[in-house]
Design a protein around this ligand. Structure first.
Ligand SMILES: [Zn+2]
Length: 555
């Protein structure tokens, strides 16, 4: 009897394990919950064309949690004889039909998150090819947006639908057919979203019109005429109120600054939007005018922390402000707004260089303090940023990285620390001039995508090889300069940085004065009344060999 019970228990246990395994495989296979990556090596087939335009027409059904409609994908062939188009679209969606610009039906295969479309005749080089993909399905539900993205099917405090979408890590293939690679930024995009009355849909660019459909739903027609990364194409749906302010650009044009907020936050909206206008003016001192001034700067309240969606930044920091010298500001809004320059105007073509988006943008939070509150607050912020550096793996993992391979905290903190040390190395006049150029030279902006090499060439131009060596060590390794200070007798000290093969400018506190010395593996002997302090203002991430014999990084 007991034996039988034992065997039954074992059998039930195995059955349960099998069930868990089957459900696990099903969820993984059908990718119901995120875990997609974007980018990586560009496939041979996707290298054959360049996307010029996406036009999305989708009905959002919150009850069924579906998206349904069609997306137009317009591409330019880069080769003679392009006969098959490889697009990305996750298998959650069922593709009903694909047609060309003459509405002729094309044959296609949709499998393994890829949509393969056969063209009726091969396209010549530079020929424009337009496809219309009809599809419907359930996009992944966001698990931990914006880090593990998808759609947030939330409710506001009154029980109304409050829907958001984030897909920087996953790529736009989780909701429309696209070439899901950072190297291909379409020149513009149309977003046409249909929702029930009385919902509002906020999106990129300008709202061109609102239509009523045959069954009484509303279609919001948005369009951006600027190049846009595919993860920035976005919508947020809710019962929103709107507050708007004018922003006068340096060229004298007036652009709207708009905030779509939940009615429960009405009293906070005025202060919040004024803060946005002030931040735009502060940033442009360093970066030049707001990049998308022909359209708008937009903010929309969402139920996740935030994301830099171009011209419609997602805001979910719940109005938790930082106060410095009696002035309040919102760090999240400041961060996402910084991405309008770093990420949206200046965009990387390989996620390997993700640090350019996050590192320079995070550095901007210190620049904001510099402009508003002075050097001391700038340094205080930089010290706090540098404390966040983990330095467990290089900021640039490898070339042709996926978004997930490249994403780590150090692309923010160590990236910002790199900019901070560069400011010291180059001096303010050169550093701020090059920063401005990086944000404004057409070689680096809008449709012209950048790499770390572009960054190095620009910032190191006219400098000796020491700077390149320093920056490359910082970007491609976890090595940090280790400063050694030896006492040679009364008031005489020997300084060196034995673990580097170049020389770097370092401030050294010698008694009551601070000198800047070029230090490297070759020792430099100095005289001082007290033990010299190297880099007392913390311009660098360095290890102080003498002070910290265990090699602990000193920030
Ligand atoms: Zn960011």
């Amino acid at each position: 009897m007991w034996k039988a019970i034992k065997w039954i228990s074992i059998a039930l246990g195995i059955l349960l394990l099998l069930l868990v395994l089957i459900v696990g495989i099903y969820l993984w296979k059908h990718q119901r919950f995120g875990f997609y990556a974007s980018g990586g090596p560009l496939s041979e087939n996707q290298a054959k064309y360049d996307v010029t335009y996406y036009d999305l027409h989708l009905l959002v059904n919150s009850r069924e949690r579906t998206l349904a409609g069609f997306t137009d994908v317009v591409v330019r062939s880069l080769v003679d004889g392009l006969d098959r188009l490889e697009l990305d679209l996750i298998d959650n969606f069922k593709v009903r039909r694909v047609s060309n610009q003459d509405s002729a039906t094309l044959s296609f295969k949709h499998d393994d998150d890829k949509l393969w479309v056969d063209l009726l005749e091969p396209a010549r080089k530079n020929q424009i090819v337009a496809l219309r993909v009809f599809y419907r399905g359930k996009p992944p539900v966001a698990i931990r947006p914006p880090w593990i993205g998808g759609v947030n099917w939330s409710k506001d405090s009154r029980g109304n639908d409050w829907i958001g979408l984030s897909c920087q890590s996953e790529g736009a293939k989780i909701w429309f057919p696209c070439k899901d690679h950072p190297s291909d930024k379409p020149d513009s995009a149309g977003i046409h979203i249909t929702v029930p009355v009385p919902y509002f849909c906020a999106s990129n660019g300008l709202l061109e019109k609102v239509d009523t459909t045959a069954n009484g739903w509303l279609t919001y027609h948005w369009k951006t005429r600027y190049p846009i990364n595919n993860y920035n194409i976005n919508f947020s749906i809710g019962i929103y109120e709107k507050v708007e302010r004018p922003h006068v650009t340096l060229q004298g044009d007036t652009m709207p600054v708009v905030f779509y907020y939940l009615p429960e936050h009405r009293e906070k909206a005025d202060f919040h939007i004024d803060m946005a206008v002030d931040m735009l003016k502060t940033y442009r001192k360093f970066y030049g005018e707001y990049p998308f001034w022909k359209e708008k700067f937009g903010l929309v309240e969402v139920d996740y922390l935030g994301m830099e969606h171009q011209t419609i930044n997602a805001y979910g920091n719940k109005f938790r402000y930082t106060t410095i010298a009696g002035q309040k500001f919102d760090w999240l809004m400041l961060h996402e707004m910084g991405h309008e320059w770093w990420g949206n105007k200046v965009s990387v073509k390989d996620w390997a260089d993700f640090w350019i988006h996050e590192g320079i943008c995070t550095y901007g939070e210190a620049l904001f303090r510099l402009a508003k509150f002075g050097e001391e607050q700038y340094h205080r912020k930089m010290r706090s940023i540098m404390k966040g550096v983990q330095n467990r793996s290089p900021m640039i993992p490898k070339r042709n990285a996926t978004s997930q391979e490249a994403y780590q905290g150090d692309i923010y903190y160590k990236g910002a620390a790199l900019m901070h040390s560069l400011r010291f190395w180059l001096g303010d006049s050169l550093f701020f001039d090059r920063l401005w150029h990086f944000a404004n030279d057409s070689a680096y902006t809008y449709r012209n995508l950048v790499t770390t090499d572009d960054f190095l060439k620009l910032f190191c131009a006219g400098q000796d090889s020491d700077l390149v060596n320093y920056l490359e060590m910082f970007l491609y390794t976890t090595r940090l300069p280790e400063v050694r200070v030896d006492s040679l007798g009364e008031k005489t000290y020997r300084l060196s940085v034995p673990n580097i093969d170049f020389r770097m400018p370092l401030e050294v506190e010698l008694g009551n004065r601070i000198d800047t010395l070029r230090l490297g593996p070759e020792p430099v002997v100095v005289e001082a009344d007290s033990f010299p302090r190297v880099d007392p203002r913390h311009w660098y991430l360095i290890r102080e060999g003498k002070r910290h014999p265990k090699g602990r990084a000193a920030f």
